[in-house]
Design a protein around this ligand. Structure first.
Ligand code: MG
Length: 160
C-alpha cells in the first residue's frame, strides 16, 4: 500500500471562472493560473504522484509548456490516473480539504465528489471532500486565494 499527500494554492482574481473538480461555482472571482486553476484536482494529482514517488504535476505537466495552457484539472487528474495505471497502481481512496473563505461550497459537495470519483474510477464513498474557511486569517481568509490538501491511498495490482 502507498500513501501520498498533495496541496495547492491559487490566487483568486476577478473575472476568472471558479472551477472545483470540474464543477463551475458561480462567483465573482476565480483562480489565476496557467491552467484552469482547479486547486482540488491539482492537490489530488500531486498526492497520487507522491504516493508513487513520481515527481509532481509540474514535472509531468509543466506550466512552461503551452500544451498545458488552460488544461482542465479533471484532464490532469485523468492523465495522472493513467500514469498510475501504467505503473500497475490502483487508486483506492482519496480524502481532501478545500480552504476557501467565500463562496460557501457545501451545496456543491455531491457534484465535486462525483466529479473526482468519476475520473479516478472509484466510488463516491471513497472520496472525502471537506470545506473550511480560513477564519478570515491570511490571504486565503481575506478571499485573495484558495487552497487545498489531499491524501490518497494506492495499492499495487496483484495478479491472482
Ligand atoms: Mg495548481
Amino acid at each position: 500500500m502507498r500513501i501520498g499527500i498533495g496541496s495547492d494554492i491559487h490566487r483568486l482574481v476577478k473575472g476568472r471562472p471558479l472551477v472545483i473538480a470540474g464543477v463551475k461555482i458561480p462567483f465573482v472571482k476565480g483562480p489565476l493560473g496557467h491552467s484552469d486553476g482547479d486547486v482540488l484536482c491539482h492537490a489530488i494529482a500531486d498526492a497520487i504522484l507522491g504516493a508513487m514517488a513520481s515527481g509532481d504535476i509540474g514535472t509531468h505537466f509543466p506550466d512552461t509548456d503551452p500544451k498545458w495552457k488552460g488544461v482542465s484539472g479533471l484532464e490532469l487528474l485523468e492523465r495522472t490516473r493513467k500514469i498510475a495505471v501504467r505503473k500497475k497502481m490502483k487508486i483506492v481512496q482519496v480524502d481532501t480539504i478545500l480552504v476557501c473563505q467565500q463562496p460557501p461550497l457545501s451545496p456543491f459537495r455531491d457534484e465535486i465528489q462525483a466529479g473526482i470519483a468519476g475520473v479516478l474510477k472509484i466510488g463516491v464513498g471513497m472520496v472525502g471532500v471537506k470545506f473550511k474557511t480560513n477564519e478570515g486569517l491570511s490571504e486565503v481568509g481575506k478571499g485573495q486565494a484558495i487552497s487545498s490538501f489531499a491524501i490518497v491511498t494506492l495499492v499495487k495490482y496483484i495478479k491472482t
